[in-house]
Design a protein around this ligand. Structure first.
Ligand code: FAD
Length: 222
């Protein structure tokens, strides 16, 4: 697919540092839930700075949606994305991605790594096929959870959250470790979808394999 220039129709912050972009959808533009695209900003000097982001909207929706974590502290593309508003333009390049739905299982995400799972879970909900799926999310604090309300509504008790840092008295910091997986997952003969920072993905995959998950049942971006 050749590069497409699209207008930003709407932006809003969904957590203190995560911004949602609603974009116009070019005719004939297709993607599979879980797939990403390389994006650049249609402003002088930024057109060639490509960064990957995942479509979070439904594949047949009238608009495209991206949910993007902004890194304010360094001078990258996301810092520029923070400045964009309705009417500014993005350039969408190649669509790609290995994370697609293969069947019911466990979705394990670190931070903004939840974006491909938002797309997949919304799509399953739309097709009434959400049953049998669980989302386990690791975030720094409860304020960092992306679309908390919607995911809670979709998944109910199958939406599990752990927080690595929390300034609440009596709260225990928790990481996704072997003990937690043993307690929560129980059945390791199912699909596991893992997404987040590289060290998060390799750490979780290692734990899952050690607990009996089959490598062909692990779905993640290589
Ligand atoms: C297939 C795929 C899909 C993705 N989908 C999404 C998505 O839907 N939403 C989303 O938010 N992200 C997504 N990402 C991650 C996203 O691409 C990166 O966060 C983005 O490229 C960062 O761009 P940047 O120019 O702001 O940062 P860059 O300058 O490119 O830096 C990249 C990373 O390096 C680190 N870093 C670099 N310099 C510094 C510094 N000075 N201080 C601290 N940290 C630093 C940051 O952790 C940052 O994530 C996806 C990544 C991949 C591979």
């Amino acid at each position: 697919m050749s590069a497409r220039i699209v207008s930003i129709l709407h932006t809003e912050y969904v957590t203190p540092d995560v911004k949602r972009f609603t974009l116009e959808r070019p005719p004939g533009y297709t993607f599979v839930p879980g797939q990403a695209t390389d994006v650049s900003i249609n402003k002088p000097g930024w057109e060639q700075q490509l960064r990957p982001f995942t479509f979070t909207g439904l594949p047949e929706a009238k608009r495209l949606e991206l949910i993007i974590k902004i890194y304010e502290k360094h001078d990258g593309v996301t810092k520029q994305l923070a400045l964009l508003r309705t009417g500014d333009e993005l350039i969408l390049h190649e669509v790609f991605g290995a994370i697609t739905y293969k069947g019911p299982g466990y979705f394990i995400a670190g931070g903004a790594g939840v974006t491909p799972f938002i797309a997949i879970l919304r799509d399953l909900h739309e097709r009434k096929k959400l049953r049998g799926n669980t989302l386990l999310l690791s975030n720094r604090t409860s304020d960092d959870v992306i679309l908390d309300e919607e995911l809670t509504k979709l998944l109910g008790k199958h939406f599990l959250k752990v927080f690595t840092r929390q300034n609440v008295i009596g709260f225990h910091e928790r990481r996704i470790d072997r003990d937690l997986l043993v307690t929560l997952v129980q059945d390791f003969d199912q699909h596991f979808y893992v997404c987040g920072p590289d060290d998060f993905v390799s750490g979780i995959n290692g734990l899952l394999l050690g607990l009996g998950a089959r490598s062909e049942s692990l779905v993640f971006e290589q």
